[in-house]
Design a protein around this ligand. Sequence first.
Ligand SMILES: NC(=O)c1ccc[n+]([C@@H]2O[C@H](COP(=O)([O-])OP(=O)(O)OC[C@H]3O[C@@H](n4cnc5c(N)ncnc54)[C@H](OP(=O)(O)O)[C@@H]3O)[C@@H](O)[C@H]2O)c1
Length: 300
Amino acid sequence: MPKKIKVLVTGSQGLVGSRFVEMSPQFDFVTPELPEFDMTDEKAVKELVDKENPDWIVNFAAFTDVNASEQQAGDEAGTAWKVNVEGTQNLVSAFRSKNFIHISTDMVFPGDIGQPGPYEETDIPPETNEKLTWYGWTKNRAEKIVKENGGTILRIIYPVRASFDRKTDYLRGPLKRFAEGKIYPLFMDQQVSIAYVDEIAETLQKIIETDSHGVFHCSSDTTTPYELITYAIEQLGHDSSIIKACSVHDFLKTQTNPNRYPIYGGLKTKRTEEVLDIHFSSWQTIIENLLGQGLSLPKA
Ligand SMILES: NC(=O)c1ccc[n+]([C@@H]2O[C@H](COP(=O)([O-])OP(=O)(O)OC[C@H]3O[C@@H](n4cnc5c(N)ncnc54)[C@H](OP(=O)(O)O)[C@@H]3O)[C@@H](O)[C@H]2O)c1
């Protein structure tokens, strides 16, 4: 039997990384986790990478709490910067191979009228942070490090899955609030997309198995939070008419930090689909697939 490709995965217990590992028995995985493995520890990262000598690294690990990151804005001693930027640098420096895949986000772009999404794989993220969240800026800087070292970027947007006890997502969060009778008005004029975790896993498998490199995207077509959530609730057999629609433009007039609410997000996937010979589902099909995998209204 041919030797399996050895893949070191950071963040393998997270929302997305755990599904990639679960769906990819063809790989021989190394899955270091906190607290034994901390990617901000340069020496520990180098020792692990030298010891395991993987064929590929997929870097899912990140400080992913966008609101908590905002509290650290401008602070390069904060956890968001240390994990997302310095942690990525540590991995890249230790590995020194172009077989490095970094999971990124559409939030490396501003999502505003000046540079609106959906973004193409060839679009260039800004070199300044004035229009980005702090989380988006840390991911933007990490992308730069990876690209300068010949690595690959896979940008994703609002990854969703049928169930995952450790963390909700862009669908299961609002569904939970609906079940609890606490759903707030949803934007009907904000452009968003979702990414199906199973398709993220398939994209990574394709990148590795076809030895592909560059910038790739995994995303559905665009929709709005109001359209997405009311559709999911109706598909689950419930009445969505109690959900109110509201305007992100009006909401932003009440906010001091407009960067926190990008209006025109999203990722185009044409190049990725062509290069990897892969097809991404529409957001409606993703919801149907999730229903088939047991997505349900959580108990209140
Ligand atoms: N979720 C989204 O909406 C979204 C959207 C676009 C892009 N992304 C990107 O997709 C990737 C995966 O996101 P996710 O939602 O699956 O993340 P997640 O569920 O928050 O998981 C992140 C993982 O990183 C680990 N981690 C954090 N700090 C670490 C450190 N210092 N050393 C080693 N491991 C560390 C966490 O371990 P612990 O659990 O032990 O802390 C966890 O396993 C991230 O790069 C994120 O930026 C996510």
